[in-house]
Design a protein around this ligand. Structure first.
Ligand code: ATP
Ligand code: TZE
Ligand code: MG
Length: 265
């Protein structure tokens, strides 16, 4: 299914107006990128992972993003504490299962977070999503080795099993609650050559899920904005370095007209 471009434009404007605070427990690799992308799109980031401040930080946040990219046992304790606090407060939780299927620790931790914190959204690449669907799968690391199209059936199963919205990123993004599935065809092949744009996608899903109660539409809007900003950036970029730079500028300056003209409905 396709979401109306009017909804995407409205949701972008709501993020810019309301500037939701996004609490990120995220990895060392992408902390800077993700914070800058949230600022550029109009949201407000905070990166925090110490168990001592999880409850107090969740208390002021609009949403919690749990990204397991550079996890360790102590961080997992913080993730679970933050997740429980977010559940109590009733704010959306986004799980980014970075590298699920690469090591047993990652896969096991994802399931512990899913079972304890009941995330609202799970956003990963196709290999990560399939590693959650079928725990026997060995993945390469944090990069996907399969097409997003091949993970759609699995994503629907995972969405039903976990009662969450599952987002698969890739050449086509799929956003599903297990019954209704939206697709986004925007984006550029240079995007997976910049580390952490998937992590950024998860954080934007978080920001959009604060301002739009329909989480399926929130995530679809966030993925559309990711893809369109990626295309705008790619027009000016000569490689991954300049793509990263222009991506932030595109997120910051994206207009309703650009969304309207470039959205592949
Ligand atoms: N081949 C492609 N063509 C167009 N867009 C793409 C392509 N691959 C990825 N994207 C876009 O790039 C962004 C990041 O998705 P990707 O699947 O690379 O995430 P990821 O593997 O989790 O990345 P990371 O772990 O580095 O954060 C998404 O917005 C996605 O739509
Ligand atoms: C490369 C990498 N390794 C752990 S997290 C991360 C960032 C992209 O997911
Ligand atoms: Mg990822």
């Amino acid at each position: 299914m396709k979401l109306n471009k009017e909804n995407i434009i409205k949701n972008l404007q709501l993020v810019q107006e309301q500037s939701p605070l996004v609490h990120n427990i995220t990895n060392y690799v992408v902390m800077n990128n993700t914070a800058n992308a949230l600022l550029a799109v109009g949201a407000s980031p905070v990166m925090a992972h110490a168990i001592e401040e999880m409850e107090a930080m969740v208390a002021i946040a609009g949403t919690l993003v749990i990204n397991i990219g550079t996890l360790d046992a102590q961080w997992v304790e913080g993730m679970l504490a933050a997740g429980k606090a977010a559940n109590k407060k009733g704010i959306p939780i986004i799980l980014d299962p970075v590298g699920a299927g690469a090591t047993p620790f990652r896969t096991k931790t994802c399931w512990e977070i899913i079972e304890t914190c009941n995330p609202t959204i799970i956003r990963g690449n196709s290999s990560e999503i399939m590693a959650l669907v079928n725990e026997g799968i060995q993945t390469k690391g944090v990069d996907s080795t399969m097409a997003s199209d091949d993970a759609v059936t699995g994503a629907k199963e995972l969405a039903k099993k976990t009662n969450s919205i599952v987002v698969i990123s890739g050449a086509t993004d799929y956003i599903t609650d297990g019954t209704t599935t939206y697709t986004i065809e925007n984006g550029h092949p240079l995007m997976p050559k910049v580390t952490g744009l998937g992590c950024t996608a998860s954080a934007l899903c978080g920001a959009f899920s604060v301002i739009e109660n329909n989480t399926l539409e929130a995530c679809t809007s966030a993925m559309a904005i990711m893809g369109i900003a990626g295309e705008l950036a790619a027009e000016k970029a000569t490689g991954p370095g300049t793509l990263q730079l222009h991506f932030l500028d595109a997120l910051y300056s994206i207009t309703a007209k650009e969304v309207s003209d470039l959205y592949k409905a």
